[in-house]
Design a protein around this ligand. Sequence first.
Ligand SMILES: NC(=O)c1ccc[n+]([C@@H]2O[C@H](COP(=O)([O-])OP(=O)(O)OC[C@H]3O[C@@H](n4cnc5c(N)ncnc54)[C@H](OP(=O)(O)O)[C@@H]3O)[C@@H](O)[C@H]2O)c1
Length: 290
Amino acid sequence: MERLTASELTHDMSETMQERKMTLVLGGTGKTGGRVAQRLAARDVPVRIGSRLGGPPFDWDDPTTWGPALEGVESAYITDQPDLAFPGAAGTVGAFARLAVERGARRLVLLSGRNEEGAVLGEQEVRNSGADWTVVRSSFFAQNFSEGFWVESVLNGELAVPADNVTEPFVDAEDIADIVVAALTEDGHSRQLYEVTGARLLTFGDVAAELSRATGRDVRYVPVSSEQFSSALLADGVPVDLAAGLTALFSEVLDGRSSYVADGVERALGRAPRDFADYAREAAASGAWN
Ligand SMILES: NC(=O)c1ccc[n+]([C@@H]2O[C@H](COP(=O)([O-])OP(=O)(O)OC[C@H]3O[C@@H](n4cnc5c(N)ncnc54)[C@H](OP(=O)(O)O)[C@@H]3O)[C@@H](O)[C@H]2O)c1
């Protein structure tokens, strides 16, 4: 049998190690995944973006894409689409987590939501997958107003949400990314569930005031019923299933059950969360609402 020379062997081993160290970032162009991928790349950690436009493409709706995306992957950041709380999502995430472990992944970090039954089921699936796991159970992101769901609302000056005067401790996606990167690259975060929130409880009225101050625009909060919220989504062309899921999610979660702050950022990073006003000022300065 032909033997490899030492240098070929070294090359071979380092290639294998290099491949094994690959970190898959699902939603790697999204609000948290994008920040996680950037931070890992800055640390020279080999990163693969898991998204429908990634190479190879990864699609939650097409399990045949999961295996190729997991090739050589040692760690993964799991963000579900459209939402871990939606019916069926936990089972899908569980199937993915088990496949990841079967293919050699050892560390899985899951993004979850607070006080959502479906999200807890998803967490259990990952916790039972056999991997070293970390769960980041997050409040609503501040970046929903600048990179997500509510950008158009801010630009139109009207935040119409079925939330009455319920408060939510919006968290900065920068904090989530810092925690996820720590969990993927450092010791001490295995088998930890971090419930992460911002430091302040804000009503959507408070958010509108913060955004008005930061943008110089007049942004108002308009409390609406679930029915009005759903009709507006459908009128905007949101598919029926997604509109129903989002309406159910908002109605379920924005009833006061999540109106408390948690210490996950402090516990994971040893520092306070970033404040919403700092987020809004920086997002405005970066041209998010131009
Ligand atoms: N937003 C919040 O406030 C919040 C709070 C707590 C928890 N979460 C959780 O965070 C997760 C992500 O939510 P998000 O709204 O913030 O989205 P996001 O991470 O900004 O999502 C966008 C990313 O998902 C990818 N993507 C979209 N559809 C996909 C599909 N079918 N298969 C694979 N990748 C897909 C996109 O890339 P491509 O378009 O290239 O596929 C992009 O990289 C959800 O599970 C949610 O439960 C969100």
